[in-house]
Design a protein around this ligand. Structure first.
Ligand code: SF4
Length: 324
């Protein structure tokens, strides 16, 4: 499958306010959100990015949508470098990519009716007004909001969390996008409505032939949605493999800890939690060598001296660890 999105050695550092000592030393500290990320997303694929809070996965999603610019490296979309997109080509890109927000309560303007919220992308994209009503109705049908016209005059606070997330999805789908990034799409929702939203995400991706990236800390969720999973730790990809391989045969010590720590329903598995000490290190001063070494039960001298490269260990399975 040809790549729709390609990232090559992408770096994103966020400058932070300097202390007096740092000013005196001439230091320019920065949060290392991403450090040398390289991967492709195939056209029509569903890819998950997983990791703990602060690992860089949300920044990565925003870079792929050109909501923030990289500090270094290159990103292309459908073969075109994103850095050079401007004017009509940038507007065309914006029509093809959409973000499904983590919190539907924050995603919609509380002063806009539901109809206004969903029609707004059509207005911004300059779509002929005569097409608006049909396009909005079609988007509402896709997200299975029955009797959708009775929602049109309501405001976000008058809908439940599950209904709102369907409205957010209708808004994301109304322009017929090609690429969707969903950032923790169900984490803020009541457990009782999560399964319905996940089934809907899978259905719209399959029926519309969308390429999708799901950002999540939840391996059980990505197992349901994605064929391939990338595991991130402190701004780097540490494992990239088919999702079933990640869940059943994780090879990086961090992935092993993640899999052991989360309840992935599987009667065949009886793995006990691995010891994983401490917290994610300060992204202002990432450790030398392997950034997981302070927490890794297998760390050795080489791990402090040399950053492990992401290497192929089997077909479609890549791991960044000196044990491999
Ligand atoms: S490179 Fe070393 S510290 Fe990093 S995960 Fe592998 S064994 Fe652990």
């Amino acid at each position: 499958m040809a790549a729709l999105v390609e990232l090559r050695d992408v770096v994103k550092h966020f400058p932070v306010t300097r202390t007096l000592g740092e000013i005196a030393r001439g230091a320019h500290p920065a949060v290392h959100a991403l450090d040398g990320v390289t991967f492709d997303v195939g056209d029509g694929d569903a890819v998950a990015i997983v990791g703990e809070s602060g690992c860089g996965k949300t920044t990565l999603g925003r870079l792929m949508l050109k909501l923030v610019e990289p500090t270094g490296g290159a990103i292309t979309f459908a073969g075109a470098p994103m850095a050079g997109l401007a004017g009509e080509r940038l507007r065309d890109f914006r029509r093809q990519v959409q973000l499904v927000f983590q919190n539907p309560f924050d995603a919609l303007n509380p002063r806009f009716t539901i109809y206004r919220a969903v029609v707004e992308p059509l207005i911004n994209a300059g779509i002929d007004r005569a097409e608006h009503a049909d396009r909005v109705a079609s988007a509402f049908r896709r997200v299975h909001l029955a009797d959708f016209d009775r929602y049109f005059d309501r405001y976000p606070h008058q809908l439940s969390g599950g209904q709102l997330q369907r409205v957010v999805m209708a808004r994301a789908l109304v322009l017929g996008p090609r690429f969707l990034v969903a950032d923790e799409p169900v984490s803020m929702l009541d457990v009782s409505v999560r399964a319905g939203i996940l089934a809907l995400l899978r259905e719209v991706r399959e029926t519309m032939g969308l390429t999708a990236v799901y950002i999540s800390h939840d391996l059980a969720l990505v197992r349901y949605l994605c064929e391939r999973t990338l595991v991130m730790y402190l701004g780097r990809i540490v494992e990239d493999a088919p999702t079933e391989e990640i869940v059943r045969r994780p090879r990086h010590p961090y992935t092993q800890a993640l899999v052991a720590a989360v309840p992935v329903p599987d009667p065949d598995q009886s793995r006990q939690p691995l010891p994983i000490k401490g917290n994610v290190p300060d992204a202002r001063e990432p450790p030398s060598g392997c950034s997981f070494r302070d927490r890794c039960p297998h760390a050795m001298a080489r791990c402090a001296a040399e950053t492990p490269a992401l290497r192929a260990v089997a077909g479609g399975h890549h791991v960044a660890c000196h044990l491999e």
